[in-house]
Design a protein around this ligand. Structure first.
Ligand SMILES: [Zn+2]
Length: 201
């Protein structure tokens, strides 16, 4: 469901999915490409940022030092929802999508169906650490290329080679060789290893 940015020469033909184009003086464009038009863009002065709908509700990004185990614990502990749903809640952590939420839960050995009310402070510490590491590693690899992120557009990430569980249903867990399972949580496909991510751990 992602939108993406491309740097292109100004004279290159405009793709029908390129909806916003920033033109630079060096003759290049930064083009915002959004097939499903789920993206929103606002032009505001920095001092008025808070007036943009949704901005003040944004959670903390994984690479922000303000993302602490205490912050997560306080936010998860009062919610009787599966951890997978809570990791995707952008008002708690901002910027973790479906792929990375699965990977963060695997790295933290937390079952995606475990409830927020059952989470421990130690598990929150694992999430902080895993979220930071996984996002930084994914950025280094140029992202994760699955489905719509087609190579025909000339851009592919390499992080999919590092995925431990996401989209690996019925393949062996890279740690314990148990078959990876897929379950739908909150309408989203979730992949996990039932041995590495026991619900009562
Ligand atoms: Zn496993």
């Amino acid at each position: 469901m992602e939108g993406k940015y491309f740097i292109k020469d100004h004279h290159e033909e405009i793709n029908k999915h390129e909806h916003v184009i920033f033109e630079f003086v060096d003759g290049t464009d930064l083009r915002y490409h959004d097939t499903r038009k789920f993206g929103r863009m606002n032009l505001v002065l920095k001092e008025n940022l808070e007036t943009v709908e949704g901005v003040h509700k944004q959670g903390i990004e994984p690479i922000d030092d303000k993302l602490t185990k205490e912050y997560l614990f306080n936010n998860f502990k009062k919610r009787k929802l599966p951890m997978k749903t809570l990791l995707l809640d952008q008002t708690i952590i901002s910027g973790l999508g479906n792929i990375y939420a699965d990977e963060v839960l695997f790295a933290s050995r937390i079952n995606p169906q475990k409830l927020g009310t059952d989470i421990t402070l130690d598990e929150c510490a694992s999430i902080v650490c895993a979220a930071r590491q996984i996002i930084l590693a994914a950025i280094k690899c140029g992202g994760t290329t699955i489905r719509s992120y087609t190579s025909s557009l000339g851009v592919t990430g390499r992080f999919q080679q590092n995925l431990m569980v996401h989209k690996r249903e019925n393949q062996e867990c890279k740690i314990c060789q148990t078959m990876i399972k897929r379950v739908v949580i909150g309408g989203r496909s979730s992949y996990y290893c039932e041995n590495c991510q026991k619900i009562n751990d």
